[in-house]
Design a binder for this molecule. Structure first.
Ligand code: SAH
Ligand code: DHB
Ligand code: MG
Length: 220
């Protein structure tokens, strides 16, 4: 829908100041041939705001791509903060590392390469994360959410991208594994007494989609 895109552009032009490091990250990701599926600028700013609202000092991201959302989140950290971002594709990780360094955030951010289900267990024993952003392979979102809970403390914010899927999420008979992944996540959260959550539909340059936002009430 043209109007959705135009309003996204309006929001971006008015409220989301242009950021040379983010612009450079997008340009470098495009020249490297990465898919342009990063969050929209106003969504990146939402992630930044959520991290600021929660005073996040430790952030975990699953699904780095070229580091666009990573930079939005890491910009919310204090100087001694930390962001760990997990990425499957070595080529994406390489582009992301350069983009993150270009944004002056190399000291705060670590990109770990591998399938997240293999890199997540290595995070146990570290301090809990204050904010977790799930944005990788959507059919594993229910498993990632369980990991996010394991790596959380009471008060941790968990955000999950792309859970509405053009509205297809309401089709219980969908054969789309990404839709079924989203539905498994909704069911898991519905049955999970340790979190308070909601989902917000979004329209804009990325079509009709949405986010789940959850807060951990009890970690165990
Ligand atoms: N968060 C990024 C967009 C991420 S796109 C942004 O908004 O800027 C999804 C990313 O998840 C891709 O880079 C893809 O390679 C990665 N991914 C896919 N499967 C994965 C897996 N099993 N483990 C970790 N990352 C994965
Ligand atoms: C797509 C969008 C996303 O935000 C994402 O994380 C992965 C894929 C897409 O539009 O295909
Ligand atoms: Mg996404």
């Amino acid at each position: 829908m043209e109007i959705w895109k135009a309003v996204d552009r309006y929001i971006g032009d008015t409220l989301v100041p242009s950021d040379p490091a983010l612009d450079a990250a997008l340009a470098a990701s495009e020249s490297a041939g990465l898919p342009a599926i990063q969050v929209a600028p106003n969504q990146g700013q939402l992630l930044h705001l959520l991290a600021r609202i929660g005073n996040a000092r430790r952030i975990l991201e699953i699904g780095t791509l070229g580091g666009y959302s990573t930079i939005c989140l890491a910009r919310a950290l204090p100087p001694d903060g930390r962001l760990i971002t997990l990425e499957y594709e070595p080529r994406h990780a390489e582009v992301a590392r350069a983009n993150i360094a270009g944004a002056g955030l190399a000291d705060l951010v670590e990109v770990r390469v591998g399938p997240a289900l293999e890199t997540l267990p290595k995070l146990t024993g570290e301090d809990p994360f204050d904010l977790v952003f799930l944005d990788a392979d959507k059919d594993n979102n229910d498993r990632y959410f369980e990991w996010a809970l394991r790596l959380s403390r009471p008060g941790t914010t968990i955000v999950v991208d792309n859970i509405i899927r053009q509205g297809k999420v309401i089709d219980a008979n969908s054969e789309d594994p990404l839709v079924q992944g989203s539905r498994r996540l909704f069911d898991l959260i519905a049955a999970e007494p340790r979190v308070t959550a909601t989902a917000i539909q979004t329209v804009g340059r990325k079509g009709h989609d949405g986010l789940i936002i959850a807060i951990v009430d009890r970690a165990q």
